[in-house]
Write a protein that binds this ligand. Sequence first.
Ligand code: NAG
Ligand code: NAG
Length: 824
Amino acid sequence: MGRISFFRREIYCCYFIFMWNSIEAHVRYVIPEELRGGSVVGNIAKDLGLDFSEVAVRNLRIASESGKQFFSVAAESGELIVNERIDRESLCGYAVPCLLPLEAVVENPLQLHRVEIEIQDINDNTPSFHSNQRVLNIPESINPGAKFLLESADDPDVGSNSLQAYTLGSNKYFVLNVKTQDGIKIPELVLDKPLDREKQATHRLILTAVDGGKPVRSGTCEVKVIVLDINDNAPQFEKSFYEANVSENEPIGNEMVKVSAVDLDEGANGEIEYAFADKTSDALKAVFLINPTTGVITVKGKLDFEQANLYKFDIMAKDKGNPQMEGHCSVKIMISDINDNAPEIVITSLSSPVPENSPNNTVVALISTKDADSGENGKVNLTVASGSPFKLIPSLSNRYTLVTTGSLDREKYPEYQIKLNAVDSGLPTLHAEKMVKISISDVNDNPPVFSQKSYTVYTRENTVHGSILCSVSAHDPDLGQNAKISYSILESKVQDVYVSSYIYINSDNGTIFSMHSFDHEKMKVFQIKVQAKDNGSPSLSSNATVHVFIVDQNDNAPAVIYPSALMGSVSHQRLPRSAKAGYLVTKVTAVDADSGHNAWISYRLAEATDASLFTVSLHTGEVRTKRSVSEQDDSSQRLLIEIQDNGEPVQSTTVTLDILIEDAFHEPISDFRHKNPEPDQKSSKITLYLMISLASVSFLCLVTFFVLLIKCARSSRGSSTCCIRRSDGESKNHNRNLQIQLNTDGPIKYVEVLGGDMMSQSQSFGSYLSPMSEFSDFTLVKPSSTTDFTNTLSVLDASLPDSTWTFESQQVSIYFNLYLSKMC
Ligand SMILES: *[C@@H]1O[C@H](CO)[C@@H](O)[C@H](O)[C@H]1NC(C)=O
Ligand SMILES: *[C@@H]1O[C@H](CO)[C@@H](O)[C@H](O)[C@H]1NC(C)=O
């Protein structure tokens, strides 16, 4: 449709021009370019005034000056027909108008007609650019207003069909300016707003060139603006603040945190290098390392929570532009605690030694614990090993007092090694140990102790004075002066004399010396109390008893009691001549002040006028006739009887008996005795009583001794001494002490019965048993007192009946009566 309308318009124009040219006598056609081959331009025959029939006849032709035949004439109709497409632009270029001169040739006659064909432009060309892309490199820093020349477009069309205007695709940064130079429109790109490569690195703009044809034709060119980078951006960290939490035992080289910055710039301007900020201390740099390219911060040195639990530093990111730009961020690294520190025990003060008498809860030491760790890892529990009399009392935080819990005894434990154990609450726990040495100082809490509660000493009588009696010793478990013992004698009286006049004690070593010799006959035993006293303050003491037994020596010769020596050195006895063999002439009785063997007396006939007539009983001292006295025997007989004791050395004495043999002397006596049965009967009765009483006493004595022996043997097995002490407080007059001692050492069994009146005098009775003899074999029982022995003898002599055995038995009975009264 468009084409048809176009064609009609052309035709109209043709006619118009034809009309005008006919006047000029020229034929002129106006045709648009680009007509199709076969298109009719006009009826040239007619326009030339030729008849229709003449066309063929006269051979109407068209000749072109240029040689190229664009047109031809149709023979039948005489119409001018376009042979081929005519491009105005190639024919005329920009020349206007574009005339194509033609010659119409008619033969017969030959006529030449000038035909002009104006080829009118049609908008058949589009404005075009040389290249469809134009690249512009513009630095981003360039100021607005800068102009950049663009390529202009070409449009071969002319007139209104030629290039008319440029337009630029919409954009924010550029505007278009078109300047005309020599009639040519030249487009310019003008920067309107500053560029930012970082916002948009390239801009693609479409430049459109528009012609004025109808329809309008246009050509485009892409303008590519590449924004050149300028280092106008500093590196920017993703976060301004980085945080990390690491434990203090973090191995070296481990990554803790990665910082990261971006630089919007390009190339070197955007190449970032990380580093610690300038102000960062060397100490920190020793601990951390930053990778300059990756920004990874790693552990370089040992982390120690106890030294620093928090690190704060700045990291700088620098680009490599010129000038360099940099960005900063801060990093906070928190170190978490690991239980890497063992607790520590510190003895703040120690009061050692501790006196052993310290009461409970006496403070011995102040102890504190330390742990460099924090929190649970630094929470320390301190304990003391059980078994010692000490405990810990917690006071302030991590402080303890070590106090005593029980009584201390230096004598048992002079010092304690106390083990303290500290454990923290970390996981796993760490612990520490410490030994505390606590010495216990001595207090005088132990009295000296004697090696024996009582000492028994036997000393011979008549020893030289100054001899050593015995040594007592005491021990004091305390220390130093508290254990330094001095010995002393506690003053008491023995037989009205102060003990200190008898003996003396070496206060340093406890050796007891006698001060003078003792006499067994005066004193058989005495007791002294010794005291051991230490040097402490206050001092302590203890007592022990020393029993000193004075052992008899044979220092007394036997003394003859009967016949009395007072009556002269010779004793006179009478013997009837009628006496038969075995007749008891008399009985010699002697006593020995010594004891035991030393007092064991034997009688011997030393000399005799007629040794065949008399015999002396060895033990009893009875002098009897050996045979019947005969008429031939001298009436006056003299006997020398030697009396010996059994001591060592033997002591002896003699007695001389003068015996008068009378012829009729005894008869009246015997008659008298027979004639007076009364006294005889009486006397035999008395004798019988005495015998019975003696027998019963002997029996009792035996029984008692057996009982005592058994008791003693039982109560002191292994001990050589057996003591029974009784004191009778009820009896006023007989406040006596009885002591029986049995000595089982050696061949001699020694029994001593001691009886003493504490108020007045002490008495002792001694008896000696021969191992061979029977128990009834009492040789002598005698009282002992401070009174002179001879006085006793005389008293006895005077008070007792004139019968030696009676004296003995009476003594025995006195003794046993006394003894029994004590026992019961
Ligand atoms: C104690 O000292 C005295 C005198 O120095 C000395 O004779 C005695 O033997 C000493 N006794 C002991 C048991 O050392
Ligand atoms: C030792 O004997 C003395 C004197 O008899 C007395 O005062 C003292 O208390 C006794 N000491 C001891 C520990 O029995």
